[in-house]
Design a protein around this ligand. Structure first.
Ligand code: FE2
Length: 297
């Protein structure tokens, strides 16, 4: 294994450079703002931005892990991933979050109505479209259109297009979030609006009957929040990602949490069965079974 393979981070240097510069300017901008209306505590903004920077590095890492798990080729095809293009997308996918925090002081789009994905695509176009920076990316074999589309569609509810990099960033984003169960729990525990006890039948129903992601508005308790996190599993595209999820610490830990919140084992088992069913619908290389998941007893 050579040096480059030993270090899996594949973000083009020009992307790191441009984003770092933008964020340094963002910080400067943030320190001048007195008109942020939702939270007045600027140290909280800084903390939130740092959380996103960490998440972004997690996504960079998850992207590389998924590509490596596929042996470098797009699942179900002979075509090779361009890992620099994938790395650029991972590093840039949440770039719109910086506009959001600077403008609104929160990442809660239900409050702001702000679409950080579409804004991120605009920022990408502004920074890399028809510029020397963009041409450097093109020399690495990157297609700017593909990158822009992946940023734009990374968080829409459903994507059915042909851009494989959209599917990749969507998987990497979820894998990165699920691998940080502790962090998610901290966020959940800080949320004053969530009840400590119980779970909502409607939240469970969305998973068991609709097989969909859990809509934010229906989450009322801490257990609901964890179920919503679990429901990310229903929308995983690649078998490689599914395999990585099965091997991560996330599933056994989450099941333990569910039991601590008194979610009946029957419900936990039924939710796992739904995931197995959904995973097999999109499976290209593997058949998944209940036995691949942790035992619930
Ligand atoms: Fe995002």
């Amino acid at each position: 294994m050579n040096q480059i393979e030993a270090n899996p981070r594949h973000v083009p240097e020009i992307v790191d450079y441009v984003v770092d510069r933008l964020m340094a300017e963002g910080y400067a901008d943030l320190s001048d703002r007195s008109d942020l209306h939702l939270y007045q505590d600027r140290s909280l903004h800084r903390q939130m931005m740092e959380g996103k920077i960490e998440h972004t590095e997690d996504v960079v890492c998850a992207t590389d892990d998924i590509i490596r798990e596929m042996g470098g080729r797009i699942e179900g095809s002979e075509e090779e991933w361009n890992s620099y293009q994938a790395g650029a997308i991972a590093r840039l996918h949440d770039i719109g979050r910086f506009t959001e925090i600077t403008k609104y002081g929160t990442f809660n789009s239900r409050v702001t109505g702000f679409d950080h994905s579409k804004d991120g695509a605009l920022i990408f176009d502004f920074l890399f479209g028809n510029s020397d920076e963009g041409r450097i990316l093109e020399r690495l074999g990157c297609d700017l259109q593909v990158i822009e589309e992946a940023i734009s569609y990374h968080s829409v509810k459903d994507y059915r297009g042909n851009n494989q990099y959209v599917y990749l960033i969507r998987d990497a984003d979820k894998l990165a979030l699920l691998r940080r169960l502790d962090f998610q729990e901290d966020v959940i525990n800080r949320d004053q609006n969530l009840a400590a006890e119980g779970y909502s039948a409607d939240v469970v129903r969305q998973v068991l009957a609709d097989h969909t992601s859990v809509s934010h508005g229906t989450v009322l308790t801490k257990a609901d929040s964890l179920i919503r996190l679990f429901a990310f599993l229903l929308n995983i595209n690649f078998d490689a990602t599914k395999g990585l999820l099965l091997r991560s610490a996330f599933l056994p830990e989450l099941i333990k949490k569910f039991q601590e919140y008194s979610l009946p084992n029957e419900v936990i088992k039924a939710m796992i069965n739904v995931v197995v069913e959904e995973w097999n619908k999109t499976a290209k290389t593997t058949t998944f079974t209940r036995q691949d998941f942790p035992l619930v007893e």
